[in-house]
Design a protein around this ligand. Structure first.
Ligand code: DC
Length: 225
């Protein structure tokens, strides 16, 4: 089989990151978490005290940003100008700031090229919000992964508590923040979150991660026959 370019879009908490990583592993592909790129820009903005709507400074920050993923047994690690920022970008503050900077055209234009460059040889699973609609409209296989809101909120909450040890955060707080972020990401005028017209939609509410991956593999095999 050719080295395909596969996209997975969907709202936060739908399981995109875990699924795309496992799917890429099964196919021997690389996996690109594009949300992490927006998070990196947000982190750079925070460190440089740049407001989320300061387009001039954001453009300048983007120009100086060298982003690189490394696939390790511990998972995908992200480096910004050779400083590892894998964990720094996972805080609720960065989630919200990433959503804000991702609505700025200067940031999207810059990352569009970065992402296309990363995908130019195929053999990759890209996950995000606009992979199938804007970044790779010609992708070989497109998925739109969704889940019931409550399920998504519970997953994000679990992730924050387990991964970051944020035991003081409440489910209600996480739910409120995620709803706001989904609203921003779907409501913005530039590259809003929406399924591509030719995306295969999968609802992961009552599916285990492994079942989602198996289902995707069956779709891919059927499409490539
Ligand atoms: O997938 P994530 O939650 O890590 O993404 C963080 C933010 O980045 C998200 O709220 C919106 C933005 N994003 C985007 O606009 N386009 C993408 N392809 C991926 C993420």
């Amino acid at each position: 089989m050719d080295r395909l370019l596969i996209t997975i879009d969907g709202p936060s908490g739908a399981g995109k990151t875990t699924v795309s990583r496992l799917l890429a592993k099964r196919l021997g592909y690389t996996c690109v978490d594009t949300g992490a790129l927006y998070r990196a820009v947000a982190l750079a903005a925070l460190w440089e005290k740049c407001a989320a709507d300061d387009d001039g400074k954001l453009a300048e920050i983007c120009r100086r940003l060298a982003l690189r993923f490394e696939d390790t047994p511990k998972g995908l690690r992200l480096y910004m100008n050779e400083v590892e920022i894998t964990e720094n970008i996972r805080t609720p503050e960065i989630s919200m700031l990433a959503s804000a900077v991702s609505a700025r055209p200067v940031v999207r234009e810059h990352l569009l090229e970065v992402q296309r460059q990363m995908g130019k040889n195929g053999g990759a699973v890209f996950e995000g919000r606009d992979m199938g609609t804007v970044v790779f409209p010609e992708a070989d296989v497109k998925f739109y992964l969704d889940a019931a809101r409550k399920t998504r909120e519970l997953r994000r909450y679990g992730e924050l508590v387990v991964r970051l040890g944020r035991t003081k955060i409440s489910l209600a707080e996480v739910g409120q923040a995620e709803r706001k972020r989904d609203e921003n990401d779907s409501g913005r005028s530039l590259a809003p979150l929406k399924p591509a017209h030719d995306a295969i939609r999968i609802d992961s509410t009552s599916l285990e991660i492994g079942q989602v991956v198996d289902l995707m593999l069956r779709h891919i095999a059927a499409l490539m026959k």
